[in-house]
Ligand binder design. Structure first.
Ligand code: FMN
Length: 425
């Protein structure tokens, strides 16, 4: 948990201000000090009492408030991270023009640019697509501001398209990742890797309404994908159809059965040049080969077997996908992170399982976790990252593991890329 940072949370006048309250509430629960600063328009959407109640501090808005005349200088010194959320078209365009006619704008110009500044845009699709806004976003990015992506869909105004603010969970991923960078947990770099993350579990159809699956929630894979995307990498998540959805990653594809996952991996690795695969999916070791009902063969994956029948399912072992990833890859330097889950394994058994996986997969790292050690909190799932030939690194939570993998990939996959390709355009 990234406890105890000072966060300057600015709000501008969008209907999405209510979502910002969910972000603030969680940041306070995480143990951070949050100071809200709102534009005049923001305070028409959300009352000062709400912001004060959530943060435990009076909300600041007026550049000329008595006794607060130097707040814009003091607050930038205080803040470990600043975020504008929601960010209106107006405030984004004002920032890009360097206009400092209110407290939010003055704080932007006075910002200590060695510290992270995040912007979560929220606006109507026409405002987002307007050349003025597009140019301002580019300008802010060129100054090192982390302008987060927008979501597509139906907006409060009834219009459809890109411009909606991303969900609170996605904004929290971005903030936590930026704070981890600020603490030096993950290096800041311009290296932009193309990473494929697999998550969730395979499901083998029995008849047309039933399947055999496994306990994978897909949460670890989704969080790894989100964290890598928040670090600036280009991430594709290939997720089991029922597994956790990412909050942040935009390029999400789905699979169901082993055969879908195998076909997707083969095609994607051959056709797209990935730098790394983080293969967190729980791949079923067995696929349904045949089903018989009351002694008669039934067609796998079709119809519905009536209740009360005697059903026999024949399973065949599936090949280990992780062993083939490098062979399928168009990139001969592909880095592979494999996962080994055990249940109730002692240290020696866990180590033997990891060594066996290294031996047959050729993986560059193996993440081991044991289902018995999963905690009650969703994030609490200890894991050990074993780099090939290196010392193991232990992480207490999924979030720490995700950031640890971010660090691992930067030192291993980024090094393998030609310098010109590794940085942002
Ligand atoms: C109901 C309503 C909803 C609005 N929602 C947005 C919005 O989501 N995004 C946006 O850029 N502007 C939105 N606006 C317009 C801004 O509030 C307006 O441009 C305002 O001047 C922004 O001021 P500020 O950027 O200083 O907060 C909305 C206006 C109204 C009346």
């Amino acid at each position: 948990m990234s406890a105890g940072s000072n966060i300057l949370f600015k709000l501008s006048g969008s209907i999405a201000a209510w979502k910002a309250c969910a972000v603030i509430s969680q940041l306070v629960k995480d143990g951070h000090q949050v100071q809200a600063v709102a534009t005049e328009a923001a305070l028409r959407f959300i009352g000062p009492a709400t912001l004060e109640g959530l943060t435990g501090r009076p909300v600041l808005s007026d550049l000329w408030a008595r006794g607060a005349a130097m707040e814009h200088i003091n607050l930038v010194k205080w803040a470990d991270l600043t975020i504008l959320c929601p960010a209106t078209a107006n405030t984004i365009n004002r920032f890009a023009a360097g206009i400092a006619d209110d407290l939010v704008g003055s704080l932007f110009l006075a910002h200590n640019r060695t510290r992270p500044y995040l912007v979560a845009p929220a606006m109507n699709p026409a405002m987002w697509a307007h050349p003025a806004t597009a140019a301002s976003v580019e300008t802010l990015r060129s100054w090192g501001v982390n302008v987060l992506p927008v979501a597509s869909g139906r907006l409060a105004c009834g219009d459809e398209g890109a411009g909606r603010m991303i969900e609170p969970e996605a904004i929290l991923v971005a903030i936590r990742t930026a704070l981890a960078q600020g603490r030096g947990e993950v290096p800041r770099t311009s290296a932009r890797l193309r990473v494929l993350v697999t998550s969730g579990g395979t499901e083998e159809p029995v008849d047309g309404v039933r399947s055999l699956g496994n306990f994978s929630s897909g949460r670890t894979g989704a969080l790894i994908a989100d964290t890598l995307a928040a670090l600036g990498h280009e991430v594709t998540l290939l997720r089991g159809g029922r597994s956790a959805r990412p909050a942040f990653v935009q390029d999400v594809r789905a699979y169901t059965a082993f055969s879908d996952l195998q076909a997707a991996l083969r095609t994607m690795l051959a056709e797209e040049r990935f730098d790394a695969v983080v293969h967190a999916a729980a791949v079923g070791d067995y696929a349904v080969d045949g089903v018989s009902v009351d002694g008669a063969a039934a067609t796998v994956g079709r119809g519905k077997i009536e209740s009360g029948r005697e059903v026999r399912i024949h399973l065949r072992p599936t090949p280990k996908l992780v062993d083939h990833l490098k062979g399928w890859s168009a990139n001969p330097d592909l880095k592979v992170v494999a996962f080994k889950l055990t249940r109730g394994a002692d240290e020696a058994a866990a180590r033997a399982a990891v060594e066996h996986l290294f031996a047959h997969s050729g993986a560059d790292a193996v993440v081991h976790n044991d289902l018995e050690s999963a905690g009650a909190e969703p994030d609490a799932f200890p894991a050990t990252l074993w780099p090939r030939g290196g010392e193991p690194l232990v992480f207490a939570t999924r979030g720490q593991l995700a950031r640890g993998l971010g660090r691992f990939l930067l030192t291993h996959a980024a090094e393998a890329r030609p310098a010109a390709e590794a940085s942002h355009p």
